[in-house]
Design a protein around this ligand. Structure first.
Ligand SMILES: CC(C)(COP(=O)(O)OP(=O)(O)OC[C@H]1O[C@@H](n2cnc3c(N)ncnc32)[C@H](O)[C@@H]1OP(=O)(O)O)[C@@H](O)C(=O)NCCC(=O)NCCS
Length: 321
């Protein structure tokens, strides 16, 4: 087995490997090779030294993709916070030490570039790669159903990190909740929809810039005051796998002074109503498990937690064995 860094002839073989690795329900499949390149090696933060390929007798049998978290301003990378953005070994070559060797090689790359920690799975809003083809709305972690946690927490010495809850609502099967407050809001509020995302950060554009997006602002009809806003991201690359049109909902925000008055719920229900009219069947949102207000909001708006995306962390304090 040989490990080497990425070169330009790799994308067809990595694309094929992706489709052979049984990555689970949260991985898109059946998309063309150029889209694989777009969401991985064409990303602005791509460094070929961070993508390490495992070969056996000239055949590509696994790869690990290491990268970095964004800085606080989301204007560039924070090189102290390393990540393992993707990791896979072909099923026929598992349990032969290839995954472990790939992780150790990725850690050495991250340490050389200045990382003091590494997070496998990257985390919510942290993965600069594979948004659009892994995780659903975004690549917030590795899928709890498929990824063997014991692989990282055993000999590799990682600790469990953040958990992201994946909420979904099937718009065909679920009915909107009804209340006097919701009816009042429908009369007093209006929705403004825009497709211009000029205020978004570099990080946002590098992750979602290739995908369809719209911004929704719920305003008071009389004062024009915005009481809730959110954005939607198209998830069309999941159609071949899931067989339904899906949309991701993110960036839900209710200004401090407007909270606890049901505006968040009114916004989500109004967005769902409009998406249903556009033949969208599934709406998905990713929420940190610690974020109680957001999890309650999604539950009260007819969403159910369908799976979890997980991360694992480790400090990099020197050469690893
Ligand atoms: C996780 C993965 C990369 C492991 O690769 P691998 O080459 O089989 O791992 P290794 O052989 O290096 O395993 C090293 C150790 O990890 C542990 N381990 C590996 N796979 C394990 C599993 N399925 N369950 C529990 N422990 C496991 C074992 O302790 C193993 O040592 P041992 O075989 O001597 O007992 C592989 O299972 C995989 O590709 N899974 C799917 C990837 C995925 O979902 N990625 C997320 C999206 S990018």
């Amino acid at each position: 087995m040989k490990l080497r860094v990425y070169h330009n002839l790799d994308p067809p073989r990595l694309h094929q490997l992706w489709h052979s690795c049984r990555l689970g329900p949260n991985a898109a499949e059946g998309f063309p090779r150029d889209l694989f390149e777009l969401f991985s090696v064409s990303q602005p933060c791509f460094d070929r030294k961070g993508l390490i390929v495992a070969e056996v007798s000239g055949r590509v049998v696994g790869f690990v993709h290491a990268g970095f978290a964004p800085n606080r301003e989301e204007s560039g990378l924070d090189y102290t916070r390393g990540q393992i953005c993707a990791l896979m070994v072909h099923p026929e070559f598992r349990r032969q030490g290839i995954g472990k060797a790939l992780v150790r090689e990725a850690e050495q790359y991250l340490h050389r570039e200045g990382a003091s920690t590494v997070t496998a799975g990257a985390g919510l809003n942290q993965n600069g790669f594979y948004c659009g083809i892994y995780g659903g709305l975004e690549a917030s972690g590795f899928c709890s159903e498929e990824f063997p946690a014991g692989f990282l927490t055993g000999k590799l010495g990682y600790q469990p990190g953040e958990r992201t809850l994946v909420f979904r609502r099937d718009l065909k099967r679920s009915r909107d909740p009804v209340s006097a407050r919701l009816l009042r809001h429908r009369r007093s509020l209006s929705m403004v929809i825009t497709d211009r995302n000029l205020s978004e950060s570099w990080w946002w554009f590098s992750r979602f810039g290739h995908l369809d997006s719209l911004r929704f602002d719920l305003k008071q009809r009389d004062s024009e005051q915005v009481v809730a806003s959110a954005q939607i991201i198209g998830m069309d690359l999941f159609i071949p796998k899931w067989g339904v049109r899906s949309v991701g909902l993110r960036g839900v925000n209710v200004p401090e002074e407007a909270r606890k008055q049901g505006y968040g719920q009114s916004l989500l229900l109004e967005i769902c109503r409009r998406l249903r009219n556009e033949s969208v069947q599934l709406v998905e949102a990713h929420v940190a498990d610690q974020n109680t207000p957001a999890t309650q909001l999604f539950r009260s708006s007819g969403f159910e937690c369908r799976c979890e995306l997980l991360t694992w962390t480790r400090t990099l304090d020197g050469p690893t064995g």
